[in-house]
Ligand binder design. Structure first.
Ligand SMILES: [Fe+2]
Length: 293
């Protein structure tokens, strides 16, 4: 996300922000109802029975796919979302999160500018889109909706190491905005938080929200022979382009959440400099000497 007259202030002016890499039409969602920091109340009464039904069906479809494909940390935390038959109340989840890792979730009208997003993460507040996709979008929705944000992202916020990583990412993002390195940091988010894989004694498993909330990509990411899966390396990852319109051609594999946290703890300023001096790598490419999992 970048550009637009409100970008540098990161303050909501009541209109959709200009976003980065998410297509040409403006985000849906009512930005007029959001506060200056882009957060808004979850207007629970606005959900229709059709919205709850869509949530229930999406949840059921993803849940039965998790064994053998999703990481154990995710599977063991998913019930923290509460009853699977209604869209949960954000406040109920926040109460449980607060007791576990000190995080909360906050409503937002949709995609928000990077600066506002980073600031919320640094404050341990995870923004969740408040609207539900239409029944016609059951299989695919362009922008993140309440199901993607809740089901995909929130369970791992109950994991202390992963939650720490998210907070550090937000703090790093606030600094990257000043260093003009947002694109590199967006790649890090994309290839870990959205589309990350983890190597476990039982085999590869998914921990990225974009995978875990997708009907087709969950199995694809773990089993498709045409996808490339390379070991996590911060500079290699930041050099790598990504696709927003198809399943990923490249996935990066971590050994543990601790590895992810440790690799991203040091100051990124020298990393940005090193990456800016190297060539960009297309998605789907395996470089000489790299292991393809
Ligand atoms: Fe997401």
């Amino acid at each position: 996300m970048s550009g637009g007259p409100d970008f540098h202030s990161g303050v909501n002016l009541g209109v959709p922000p200009v976003t980065y890499g998410e297509g040409s039409r403006p985000p849906r969602g009512d930005y007029a109802k959001a506060r200056a920091d882009y957060t808004c109340e979850q207007d629970y009464a606005q959900y229709s029975e059709a919205d709850h039904d869509t949530y229930r069906r999406l949840y059921a479809r993803q849940l039965q796919q998790l064994p053998g494909l999703a990481c154990e940390e995710f599977i063991s935390a998913v019930q923290q979302l509460g009853a699977p038959d209604r869209i949960p109340r954000f406040d109920d989840i926040s109460e449980r999160l607060m007791r576990t890792t000190g995080w909360q979730i906050v409503g937002v009208p949709g995609l928000i500018p990077e600066e506002a997003f980073f600031k919320l993460l640094a404050e341990k507040r995870f923004p969740v889109t408040d609207w539900m996709r239409t029944p016609e979008e059951f299989d695919y929705v362009v922008e993140p909706d309440v199901f993607h944000d809740l089901f995909g992202h929130v369970p791992l916020l109950f994991n202390p190491t992963f939650a720490d990583y998210m907070q550090a990412y937000g703090a790093g993002g606030m600094k990257a905005s000043r260093l003009d390195a947002c694109e590199l940091l967006t790649r890090l988010y994309w290839y870990t938080v959205e589309f990350g894989l983890i190597n476990t004694p039982q085999g590869l498993r998914a921990y990225g929200a974009g995978i875990l909330s997708s009907a087709g990509e969950l199995r694809h990411s773990i089993t498709a022979p045409e996808a490339t899966r390379v070991g996590f390396d911060l500079q290699r990852l930041m050099r790598t382009r990504y696709r927003i319109d198809t399943y990923q051609a490249t996935y990066f594999v971590i050994d543990s959440f601790q590895q992810l946290f440790d690799a991203t703890r040091p100051d990124f300023t020298p990393v940005y400099e090193a990456v800016h001096g190297q060539s960009v790598v297309d998605a789907g490419v395996v470089l000489p000497g790299e292991r393809n999992f």
